[in-house]
Design a protein around this ligand. Structure first.
Ligand code: IPE
Ligand code: IPE
Ligand code: MG
Length: 234
């Protein structure tokens, strides 16, 4: 499918793993395992279609409130994926970035993340961003504190919205053009609150483990049909 109006930054709230597993009479974690395949498929499609930034909401700050065994499985899965995907990322020229509140992440996981980020830092075909232990309100709060610590009171008062961007953990990354949420839920769930001010939203009823290349490309096609006005008259 030829699609000219390709978004620079596509972001996905990957939702519905638990329901996918439940529908098959399986434990929720099977949905997470199968969801990893969808991450692989969508990453591949994004690279092939010329998307420059693909970001994925993998684990929210609120998700720490899930049962301990589910949290542990998700963290182990993250660790395993990092180990398994190194060569694919390198082969495809993908830069890997993890963003979020690191305070509650294990030392071993942080080390693995840093190693993969360093190893892929010079890849330039696409940037894959994984939001882990992230929330939009947390990001805005940490940015505000950083700005307050760095700037004089006068500079702080004079700060404009554009100046604030560089204190967010997404500094240097363009705001998402397209945000996809799977599984039929139509909410932001404390994701990129500041950065999604003018993002186009596409909601899909498909559960994340079933969201593969065709569904990803359908969302891109839907985006291409949108008319972005940014408050102006066209
Ligand atoms: C998304 O699937 C994965 C994470 C939030 C980590 P869910 O686990 O939220 O699946 P549902 O929404 O319960 O079906
Ligand atoms: C949002 O999904 C977070 C991620 C996909 C990582 P949730 O399943 O946690 O969201 P809610 O609780 O339904 O809003
Ligand atoms: Mg969910």
């Amino acid at each position: 499918m030829e699609n000219k109006n390709i978004p620079v930054h596509v972001s996905i709230i990957m939702d519905g793993n638990g329901r996918w597993a439940k529908a098959r009479g399986k434990d929720r974690v099977y949905g997470h395992f199968e969801g990893v395949e969808s991450v692989r498929a969508c990453t591949e499609a994004a690279v092939e279609d010329g998307v420059k930034y693909l970001s994925l909401y993998a684990f929210s700050e609120e998700n720490w409130n899930r049962p301990a065994d589910e949290v542990a499985t998700l963290m182990k899965l993250m660790m395993k994926s990092i180990r398994d995907e190194v060569s694919t990322l390198m082969d495809n020229g993908v830069r890997f970035v993890v963003l979020g509140n690191r305070e509650r992440l294990g030392e071993e996981l942080c080390k693995a993340i840093d190693e993969l980020m360093e190893m892929t830092a010079h890849n330039s075909r696409m940037t894959l961003i994984v939001f882990l232990s992230y929330s939009g309100k947390w990001d805005i709060m940490q940015a505000m504190k950083k700005a307050a610590a760095e700037l004089s009171p006068e500079e702080f008062q004079a700060m404009k919205a554009e100046d604030f961007d560089r204190y967010l953990v997404t500094a240097g990354i363009p705001d998402p053009d397209l945000l996809i949420r799977t599984s039929g839920e139509e909410r932001i769930s404390n994701y990129l609150l500041w950065q999604s001010a003018y993002t186009e939203f596409v909601f899909s009823d498909v559960l994340w483990p079933d969201f593969r290349k065709p569904q990803f490309r359908e969302a891109l096609a839907e985006y291409a049909r949108r008319d972005r006005r940014y408050g102006k008259v066209k």
